[in-house]
Ligand binder design. Structure first.
Ligand code: ADP
Ligand code: ZN
Ligand code: ZN
Length: 735
């Protein structure tokens, strides 16, 4: 038998792959790229992916180990997907083995067989016009089910009152037999008709239909409520008609039962879902439904972008500006950017939708790289909300509200309407302080203050999750004069209950709405109508229709106006616009009041007077002047360590490495600019000191050459075992 080794990608951080001998007795032809194998690695047993085979290796014969097992006969990952994974590993300077982990569901990563997604069920084997002699109504009813439907999952039968014994009885009579099958997604019996599009929607749909069948990136920029989703639905319909599959990516918070229902009730094809609320088996099922082509539409959050779809015809990314499309740990990828690469490979269009596009996407659309389609009017009869800034400078405040704002709330409630009060801060108060000596309750592990919570009473660090009991006397001066300072959603809820004792007040934040079910119940409640006040964080801001909300009050948007992050204003404006978009859907015109200390802030005024697009254009101008993204490309090296000196030193070293490399090899390339290293805004978090080095370059290629050299050198750097570091390419959060 001729000698060969198998090249295996393993889920380890090292930027390389590994040679193994084949499983004893196996031939070179048994191995194909994309199969899973089990390998002994150091002291661990890992599942890896075969990348190929070779007849030579640089590993000495006596160091080569045989693979423990080959798990697949046919490749689990296609050639095309392997090349996408290689692209991703290069782009994010990450191990290809780690990257490939994203392509397969957790159960398969642990070595499970594909068939573990199957569920036991029953299949009719007798013709449906057989007339068996059955005893008892229950047996007859069960047989009736099988006359209507050939394959039924066992769980579906038990949930409708049939027992295992009853099924066995039909099996004994050779009417049905037991099966193990992949559950099929549900299909509605009679799909709802599509809405008649308005002129703008019609035009948008036609433009995008023309792009089907080839790669094209499109931005659908449409104000909230302009009917973007309706356009998605009808475009997907065209894709389905062509026999293709559609992939729809939505923000984590946007994947609500309402959204899903809107898709499910329109199509007579199976729709599969992939989101974080599923268990591992359900994820495997959804993945297989997509991969085997059973599901024709796949709706999912960020990681669904990796799901294999053999007949992919279109990718839609809704709310493309949303932060949840960027993974913030491990492989720090952007699902939006990857969706573009994937669409390019598959030669299909990718549609990015948003009312408030990111400056990156807007720049690409304005420069003509993307097709730019706009919806400027609200769909149906809905009117845009009237926005207004309310200065609270030197104003008397009542529990966090200016007086005229309270009168406005009262007026809307008197009209039997609903009011939404937005405050992006959970808890009762952001600060507990001593009036006597100025002591403040701080986290021991972070450079941060503890948030006071009332339900149940405790102090909580929102950065490291540390919790401790509330103190009632000052630990420094023993004064009992310790008080809560500032407003959180709990306190606003309490104040509103006192101010409007006859009106129901509902708080919506991560503390009150922990499960999808709780979320659902709450929304059903709100949709019943009747005057009420909703108090909430950004959980309230996205994707929901509140037809009876006619007033939105934004309590405190000032923090974002002066952020140290160059994207601070962009993100604030997106959030304000999203929250404002909740008002005045349907036929109720809405008002939006924004309380601020900075009523003459030029960018805030631009947003209020001329809208997000106008503000975005002015922010783009600033970015150009400062040569910030999207006019340059950026990466960030972050380090963290309990030893402050070591953390700092690692970033210092990185700077030197880059400077040396640039001196030697950087000639003729676009200039690479280094900023830092400097401490993160919150220098210490969870006991670790954090430093960062920012790296800019107007050209992607030059930047990536430098990053490649940097990562290789850092991986072989000695003496920094205690320091955790990572490289973030195209960081979204730069604090
Ligand atoms: P967006 O996704 O842009 O926020 P939606 O697609 O959710 O907007 O539409 C907002 C509301 O307008 C929804 O209630 C939707 O049913 C309605 N709508 C959308 N398009 C039309 C249309 N052509 N005619 C009537 N109502 C529409
Ligand atoms: Zn004190
Ligand atoms: Zn903390």
């Amino acid at each position: 038998m001729s000698f060969f080794v198998v090249d295996v990608a393993l889920p380890v951080p090292l930027l390389r792959t590994f040679d193994y001998l084949p499983v004893e007795g196996e031939q070179q032809s048994d191995y194909q790229a994309g199969q899973r194998v089990r390998a002994d690695f150091g002291r661990q047993l890992l599942t890896g992916i075969v990348l190929g085979t070779r007849t030579t290796t640089e590993v000495p014969q006596n160091k080569l180990k045989p693979l423990l097992a080959r798990l697949d006969d046919v490749p689990l990952i296609s050639e095309g997907d392997l090349s996408l994974a290689r692209w991703m590993a290069d782009y994010y300077h990450h191990s290809v083995g780690d990257v490939l982990e994203h392509w397969i569901p957790a159960m398969l990563r642990r070595g499970a067989a594909l068939t573990e997604a199957n569920e036991s069920g029953w299949q009719r084997i007798a013709p449906n016009d057989s007339d068996p002699v059955l005893r008892g109504d229950k047996q007859k009813a069960l047989w009736q089910r099988f006359i209507e439907q050939t394959d039924i999952l066992h769980s579906q039968l038990t949930s409708t009152g049939f027992s295992l014994a009853q099924c066995r009885r039909l099996a004994e009579l050779e009417l049905i037999r037991e099966t193990h099958q992949l559950p099929q997604p549900l299909i509605p019996a009679t799909p709802k008709p599509f809405l008649t599009l308005n002129g703008e929607q019609e035009k948008a749909l036609t433009l995008m239909k023309n792009e089907l069948g080839k790669f094209r990136a499109c931005l659908l920029e449409g104000v909230t409520g302009s009917g973007k989703t309706e356009v998605y639905l009808q475009l997907i319909d065209a894709v389905i008609q062509q026999g293709k599959q559609a992939l729809v990516l939505v923000p984590e918070i946007g994947l609500t039962p309402q959204t899903v229902q809107r898709f499910q009730e329109r199509f007579s094809v199976p729709v599969a879902l992939l989101h974080s609320g599923l268990n591992d088996r359900e994820r495997l099922q959804g993945w297989r439904q997509a991969k085997e082509g059973v599901a024709r539409i796949l709706i999912g959050t960020r990681s669904a972008v990796f799901t294999p779809l053999p007949d992919l015809g279109l990718i839609i990314l809704d709310e493309e500006h949303d932060g949840s499309f960027k993974q913030q740990d491990g492989l720090r990828y952007s699902a939006r950017d990857f969706a573009l690469v994937r669409a390019h490979q598959a030669k299909v269009p990718v549609l990015l939708g948003s009312a408030t596009p990111s400056l990156e996407t807007l720049h690409n659309a304005l420069s003509g790289r993307y097709l730019h389609v706009k919806l400027t009017q609200r769909a149906g009869n809905a009117k845009p909300p009237g926005m207004k800034l309310h200065s609270i400078l030197h104003q008397p405040m009542i529990s966090g509200f200016a007086e005229p704002v309270l009168s406005a709330i009262k007026q809307h409630l008197d009209n039997q309407k609903q009011v939404l009060v937005f405050l992006n801060r959970r808890g009762f108060a952001p600060l507990l302080a001593c009036r006597h000596c100025g002591w403040m309750a701080e986290c021991r592990r972070c450079d941060a203050r503890l948030t006071l919570h009332q339900y149940p009473p405790h102090l909580h660090c929102h950065h490291c999750d540390h919790q401790q009991p509330v103190v009632h006397t000052c630990p420094e001066c023993h004064s009992p004069d310790v008080e809560a300072v500032g407003q959180g959603t709990e306190r606003i809820e309490e104040s509103l209950c006192e101010l409007f004792p006859l009106t129901p007040v509902r708080r919506v934040d991560r503390d009150t709405v922990r499960t999808k079910q709780a979320f659902d119940e709450l929304f059903n409640d709100i949709h019943q109508g009747g005057s009420c006040i909703l108090v909430g964080t950004q959980m309230l801001a996205k994707g929901h229709h509140f037809p009876d909300v006619t007033l939105v009050v934004i309590l405190d948007s000032d923090a974002g106006l002066f952020s140290a992050d160059f994207r601070g204003m962009e993100h604030s404006a997106q959030l304000i616009e999203q929250v404002a978009g909740r008002a005045g859907r349907a036929d109720n015109p809405g008002d939006v009041w924004i309380q601020t200390l900075y009523a003459d802030h030029p960018q805030l005024n631009l947003l209020i007077d001329n809208g997000y697009h106008a503000l975005a254009l002015s922010m783009l101008k600033e970015r150009l002047e400062q040569q910030l993204p999207p006019y340059s490309h950026m990466a960030m090296l972050r380090s963290e360590c309990e030893d402050k000196r070591l953390s700092r030193q690692l970033t210092d070293q990185a700077r030197h490495m880059l400077q040396d490399w640039l001196r030697q090899y950087g000639k003729g390339n676009a200039p690479v600019t280094l900023l830092g290293p400097f401490p993160a805004i919150m220098e210490r978090r969870n006991g670790r000191f954090r430093y960062q080095l920012q790296i800019f370059c107007p050209e992607r290629k030059s930047l990536h050459q430098a990053l490649d050299a940097l990562v290789k050198q850092l991986q072989s750097l000695k003496g920094f075992n205690k320091v955790r570091w990572h490289l973030d390419v195209d960081p979204v959060d730069t604090l």
